[in-house]
Design a protein. Structure first.
Length: 104
């Protein structure tokens, strides 16, 4: 059975990729914004955000299906959680970027 713990784990794993990329890129070039680039622009605009929203929607669909609820409503709820994750991830990665000496 899927619980809120699964959403938290998925969100943390998805956030780890741009955060680690930004932190490692700062070691080579202090002005690099690789984390923001991954989150927003690579390989195309908002690709990572779409991937995250689809992952959250799939998790919501699966949860609703297991509980014998409407899978489409579960997917919609998961997509809403994914959208909220993206906003929070953008704020977190932008703050990390600024705190490591980068500029926007």
């Amino acid at each position: 059975m899927i619980t809120a713990r699964h959403y938290i784990i998925l969100g943390a794993v998805l956030l780890l990729v741009p955060a680690a990329a930004d932190a490692v890129a700062k070691l080579r070039d202090p002005t690099s914004s690789l984390g923001l680039g991954i989150l927003l622009y690579r390989p195309f605009n908002f690709a990572y955000a779409v991937l995250a929203i689809l992952a959250f929607a799939a998790l919501g669909w699966n949860e609703a299906r297991q509980k014998a609820n409407s899978p489409s409503l579960g997917a919609l709820a998961g997509a809403a959680i994914g959208l909220a994750w993206f906003v929070l991830a953008f704020l977190a990665i932008a703050q990390l970027h600024l705190s490591l000496g980068g500029t926007l």
